[in-house]
Design a protein around this ligand. Sequence first.
Ligand SMILES: Cc1cc2nc3c(=O)[nH]c(=O)nc-3n(C[C@H](O)[C@H](O)[C@H](O)COP(=O)(O)OP(=O)(O)OC[C@H]3O[C@@H](n4cnc5c(N)ncnc54)[C@H](O)[C@@H]3O)c2cc1C
Length: 586
Amino acid sequence: MAAYAAPVADVAFLLGKVFDFDRCMAELPGCEEVDTELAVSVLEEAGKFASGVLEPLNRPGDEEGCRLVDGNVSTPKGMAEAYRAFAEAGWCSLSGDPEYGGQGLPRVFQLMLDEFLCSANLSFSLFPGLSRGAVEAIEHHASPELKAAYLPRMVSGEWTGAMALTEASAGTDLGLLATRAVPNGDDSFAITGTKIFISSGDHDFGGNVIHLVLARLPDAPKGVRGISLFLCPKFLPGPDDGLGDRNPMSVGALEHKMGIHAQPTCVMNYDGATGWLVGEPGRGLNAMFTMMNAERLMVGVQGLGVAEAANQKAAAYARDRLQGNGADGTPGPVAIIAHPDVRKMLLGGRAFIEAARALAVWTALQMDIAARHPDPDTRREADALVALLTPVVKAAFTDFGFETAVAAQQVLGGHGYIREWGMEQFVRDARIAQIYEGTNGVQAMDLVTRKLGLEGGDLVRRFFAIVRADLQAAEPQAGAALVSPVAEALTRLEAATERLAGAAPLEAGAAATDYLRLFALVAFGWMWTRMAAASAAIGVAATPFEKRKTVLARFYVERMLPQTLALAAALAHKSDAVMALHADDL
Ligand SMILES: Cc1cc2nc3c(=O)[nH]c(=O)nc-3n(C[C@H](O)[C@H](O)[C@H](O)COP(=O)(O)OP(=O)(O)OC[C@H]3O[C@@H](n4cnc5c(N)ncnc54)[C@H](O)[C@@H]3O)c2cc1C
């Protein structure tokens, strides 16, 4: 099957034609030299690495999996070499802070690099992804000494990071966690406990593995307010800034799981492991949220990345596979891509993927504005928009991403179910993104119970005003037939939002996942109107690439956006039927 091709042209279209990237960068200190041309040249190289080095390891890595040999993790053949090549080429430090050796490039570059990695090899993508999240938490919350000791080698990728939250009895509810931290009498603590499901908990790439571990101090109150965050390295600091003794923390087992087999998901035992406090005592969850928010966007992009790869493979297969007569009377066998139902499966994936990528780029631009804009109010506003969209990106991209992987598998019929074509791996791999980093149900609750109430409801209203203004601006180019249905869907979303404002927890819980999907469908529609308007604005000079966007926009509005009607109808009901049955009757 054809190799994965990174969608660099699509990113160039978004940056150059839809989001006015060059002007946006010109306003951000430190990014004045950054433009679409630079983005394209960097992302072309990233795409070559993804398809040339990482994709060839994807299937063998899935077959071989990780092993635990004498307490050490052994990753599949080629993984360690690929990781070192990746770090040496500078990909780990792309958006890192120059103060710690990073290249300081914008988030847009990073998010698109992440997408390409996830398309080519989801298991691999978690190594740099988790390290970056750990770097952010350390940057924002750790002491200057810890930053100086750990950040340069984590930013470069020489050392990797892991996040250690989950325990057997503490998953979503981290207030239940039992791992303990006892002061050692110096500035360090002895960490004791067992964590499960720890991604990238260990590996055979060399260097150090830096765990950020949530634990309780001896006098800590119950619940989340009693949780603190600790930095626990696999190797303690040694002489001359080198690696010292092994910290007493070990991999007890590797989890056997449905997908991402080349990613070591570890049971970690901390047996009095030395750790240092990151942030204030009792404020560990707050510090960890810096890492979790970064990871949530990254996990959303995992859904997008897997969907892109699966859709590409399915479309290539559908162009070759001959079955049946054409629906237009063409005598068969015709390529299955001629069948309307097969086309709908592929178009559904495309319409999601390209809108999601646009929304990812828009969100990444807000992150760059939040980090660098000279005006503090503009920074704060952009940061709040990122907070609002984080659960939407995480949950909607991974739900639609999984659905796209399943539809792509369906395009191959029985050949999608057997291992040979690799489609079932996409389905197995994509599934985890709906679960980890806070399940999608929990993301929906975050949106409804926390994010909608931010700024007394003004934040979400401000977001809707941005969308409506963009719809009005797009209409002359994109046309009312395209824009009006999106504007109507936005009205539906606004009405559902008003009804949910201040809703009792039961009502919020019963509505949350439907509401998040409605929100995402409107956001995707918003992105399609912007892309259609940008394509139309090019006029007679538009290439088939740009004209194709208009057709995809129409497909989205005619065939996918109407889901908002059903969701709005479901949301009009109270929780009675959800809660009426006794637990034993479910
Ligand atoms: C492969 C893999 C890798 C992982 N990597 C890491 C990692 O690197 N670090 C780490 O710390 N953890 C990691 N995890 C853990 C992961 O984040 C958790 O599994 C996930 O957050 C859900 O927790 P849980 O499994 O305990 O499910 P539970 O919390 O038991 O949830 C079960 C179900 O109940 C729902 N639910 C629970 N509470 C609520 C609520 N209050 N309101 C509504 N619904 C609720 C959930 O949505 C879910 O559907 C990983 C897990 C896996 C499988």
